[in-house]
Design a protein around this ligand. Sequence first.
Ligand SMILES: C[S@@+](CC[C@H](N)C(=O)[O-])C[C@H]1O[C@@H](n2cnc3c(N)ncnc32)[C@H](O)[C@@H]1O
Length: 438
Amino acid sequence: MDTVPCLRVSQHHAQQFRRLLQSNKCLDLNLRLLKDSANTVLLPILPSCLSQVDLPSLRTMVSSESVCEIVWRQVIKLKIGFTFSKQQNFNKLLLCLLMAHLQPPLQSKKRSGQAPFHKLEQMLQELVENGGEGWTEELRRDLPHSFQRHGDLILLGDNCFTLPQWNTFDGDLLWASVAKATGAKRLAKMSRISKDGFRSPIVTMLLGEHSWVTHVDNGIRYEFDVTKCMFSAGNITEKLRVSQFDCRGETVVDLYAGIGYFTLPYLVHAKARHVHACEWNPDALRALQKNLVTNRVSERCTIHPGDNRELHLNDIADRVNLGLIPSSEDGWPVACRLLKRTTGGFLHIHQNVTSSVPNTAAVPEDNDVTLRGKTADREAWQAWAHDTANRISCILGGITGAQWMVHIKHIEHVKSYAPHVHHIVLDLECRPRNDHPA
Ligand SMILES: C[S@@+](CC[C@H](N)C(=O)[O-])C[C@H]1O[C@@H](n2cnc3c(N)ncnc32)[C@H](O)[C@@H]1O
């Protein structure tokens, strides 16, 4: 039996912690979540990620009232095909429980046989074999290994069901089997992100009547048409962070509002006095309007349809959110125009930053390589942040004719796309230096 680290959290907040760990790729997806006591749950963490788990930040992002501690638990890993008699199995389990100091060990998803992938594999293998074909490793590799779940709809990625063999099956039967195995009622499949400037996914419905879905995050209901709008589940940490801001009395501008990913947390949780939401995609606008009404905040939001670079507002904002990746640079001049001239405010600038991979040739230890990689990443973020702060200061000076103090308040890591490509958010505090003309 191995021992694995787990995050012990209050059951009430478990889903939020789970999403945070998952979006940071720290959750061990091969192990099941476990109820630890009447009120606490264990979330298994990948041992290699343990050093990244920052308990105070997690607690700040979710709830200061939650239990949030690392504990170690033992995990049963029996070899597949290992045969025990019922009595032997029972004895072995008993022994495991005793070794784990009478705390139930975590169970491997593989072993429990409940993981959707195994169910899916079993069902499709049966389907293929019933059709007189042989089950191959190629087919197995072409199954979905992960997917997005939006309520009763499963959204498959573009890297599964690519083989022509699947087309020989009755589509209804095939998709009904996939839905059954994954516990869904509707199925859709993503092809790729289009390059029309809207970052809309090309999504096709495979099973089900309509394509509107509801996604509930942190008490906010997001409704959208999955074939028309993108939902970035990986941004949950940033949405939770925004929810912790205190924006009472503030006017906020969300330059890239989408369906309300950040507009809604600013209104619902951060309690902004008013949010101006800019968006140019008509499908996203439709969903945004609906979501403002559903979450009962529409009276505190003004929607500005169209290209935000043509926005006719200025000198109104205490805070501007620039949530566009890979870069929101096109929006920097607009954001600077929007900040209040006399008091300034905050800019939250999203960006994908790529760091150059460090030379690992002379490094003996794996851990050292990882450490050097992380250091290189952080140095790249810092360099980009300093450059951005200088450029924002120049833009503000050019617009207002005054000197500005631009401070890097925080750099938030949102998610990683590849080992050295990271989505980060830079918080800049911008204040006019009223004593110094430019
Ligand atoms: C990727 S979404 C961002 C959503 C959210 N910030 C997130 O990270 O999940 C960006 C949104 O900005 C909109 N957008 C991009 N450029 C724009 C522009 N110049 N004016 C208005 N909206 C724009 C797109 O239509 C899209 O809905």
